[in-house]
Ligand binder design. Structure first.
Ligand code: UT7
Length: 334
C-alpha cells in the first residue's frame, strides 16, 4: 500500500489590532526599548483588549479565512484540534467552542496541552489521523491570549508575550507533507515555567490572587539554557536522521521565544540567517501560534517541495521537531 503523508494545504493567522510597543512598556514597568530589543529581539506585540474575549475569539477569524482560502466547507472538516496554553476554560475544550463558532458540525474536536511546543505536538497527533485514513481534512489551530496570564507589573515576563492565532489545514498527499517527528518532555522542568494557581493543586482563592499566582512564573535564565540545548539538539538530530545538509534545508521555522535562542539554534544547525523564518519583532512570543504565524508571513516565499524543519521548546518542559516538505506553490492553495 502506498504511504500517505499529512500535508499542509493552507495556512492562515490572526493578530488582534491593538499593539503594545516597547515604548508603552517603558511607561508601565522599569524597562527600556534597548533592553528588550537586545535581550529578546521583540519590538512590539498585539493584545486582545476586548473584555469577555478569549483564545477561541483569536482562532475564529483565522479558521474562517482558512476555510474560505482553501475552498473548504465547514461540513467537510473531519477533525479540529486546538493547542493552547490559555484555553477559554479548563473545560470544555476550546476546540469545541471554535468548532461551534465557525459552524464545523460534522467533526470531533479536542485540545492539546504542550505549552509552546503545542503546535508541533498537535501536528504530530493530527498527522496520524491522516496517515491512517481516519480523517481527510484536519484543522489544527494554535491560539493563545497570553495577555490573560501576563503580569504587566513584572518586567521579567511582560515584554515577552503577545496574543495571536495560527491555523493550518492538513490533507492527505502521496508525496509531500510531514515526513517525521521527534518529540520530548521532561516533567522535572515544570517548576521553572508555569502557572502556580488555578489548577486542581492550588485552586483560585483570595490568597492566590493576592500573590499574583495566576500569571506566568518563569525562571528566565534557567529556561533559556535548556531551550537552546533542546531545540538545537532536536533540530540537528532531525537533520542527521534524514541526511539533510545545511544546503538541503530550505527553512527552519523555529518557535519565537527569544531571537538569541533562534540564532543559537541556527548556528548549531550550520544554516544561515536567511534560511530562518523570524517575525518575533512584530508579535513577541505567541506560544502555540508562533510557528503557523511564521508560515503565514513567509507563505509567499514558500515553494512546492521546499524542505522545512519546524522546531519548538516550551514549558513542561516540552520540545519537538517536525520535518516536512511543502505541498504547494505561492498563491496556489491545493
Ligand atoms: O517560550 C517558552 C520558553 N521560554 C523561553 O524560551 C524564554 C527563555 N528565557 C529568556 O528568553 C531570557 O532569559 C529572558 C528574556 C526572559 C531574560 O533575559 P536574560 O538575558 O536571561 O536576563 P536575566 O533574567 O538574566 O536578567 C538580566 C538583568 C537582571 O538584572 P541584574 O540582576 O543583572 O541587575 C534583571 O533584573 O536584566 C534585568 N531585567 C530587566 N532589565 C530591564 C530583567 N528584565 C528586564 C527588563 N528591563 N524588562
Amino acid at each position: 500500500m502506498k504511504k500517505v503523508f499529512a500535508a499542509i494545504t493552507g495556512v492562515e493567522a490572526y493578530v488582534p489590532a491593538d499593539v503594545l510597543t516597547n515604548a508603552d512598556l517603558e511607561k508601565m514597568v522599569d524597562t527600556t526599548d534597548e533592553w528588550i530589543v537586545t535581550r529578546t529581539g521583540i519590538k512590539e506585540r498585539h493584545i486582545l483588549r476586548e473584555p469577555g474575549k478569549g483564545s477561541s475569539d483569536l482562532a475564529v477569524p483565522a479558521v474562517k479565512k482558512l476555510l474560505e482560502k482553501t475552498g473548504t466547507s465547514p461540513d467537510e472538516v473531519d477533525l479540529l484540534i486546538c493547542a493552547s496554553a490559555t484555553h477559554d476554560h479548563d473545560f470544555p475544550a476550546t476546540a469545541n467552542i471554535i468548532s461551534d463558532k465557525v459552524g464545523v458540525k460534522n467533526a470531533y474536536s479536542f485540545d492539546i496541552s504542550a505549552a509552546c511546543s503545542g503546535f508541533i505536538f498537535m501536528l504530530t497527533v493530527a498527522s496520524k489521523f491522516i496517515e491512517t485514513g481516519t480523517a481527510k481534512k484536519v484543522i489544527c489551530v494554535g491560539a493563545d491570549k497570553m495577555s490573560a496570564i501576563t503580569d504587566y507589573t513584572d518586567r521579567s515576563t511582560c515584554p515577552l508575550f503577545g496574543d495571536a492565532s495560527g491555523v493550518v489545514l492538513l490533507e492527505p498527499s502521496e508525496e509531500y507533507g510531514i515526513q517525521d517527528h521527534i518529540l520530548g518532555v521532561d516533567g522535572a522542568g515544570r517548576h521553572h515555567l508555569y502557572l502556580k494557581a488555578g489548577g486542581s493543586v492550588r485552586p483560585a482563592s483570595h490568597e492566590t490572587v493576592d500573590a499574583r499566582e495566576h500569571f506566568i512564573y518563569q525562571e528566565g535564565q534557567i529556561v533559556f539554557k535548556v531551550a537552546v540545548q533542546k531545540m538545537a539538539d532536536v533540530s540537528v538530530e532531525m537533520m542527521k536522521k534524514h541526511h539533510l545538509t545545511p544546503e538541503d534545508l530550505t527553512w527552519l521555522v523555529p518557535h519565537q521565544a527569544n531571537l538569541r535562542i533562534i540564532e543559537a539554534v541556527a548556528r548549531r544547525m550550520g544554516i544561515s540567517r536567511d534560511q530562518v523564518m523570524i517575525n518575533i519583532e512584530k508579535y513577541g512570543n505567541t506560544t502555540t501560534a508562533t510557528i503557523p504565524l511564521c508560515l503565514r508571513d513567509y507563505e509567499s516565499q514558500l515553494k512546492k517541495g521546499d524542505k522545512l524543519i519546524l522546531s519548538a521548546f516550551g514549558g513542561g518542559y516540552t520540545w519537538g521537531a517536525l520535518y516536512l516538505t511543502w505541498a504547494y506553490d505561492p498563491d496556489k492553495v491545493v
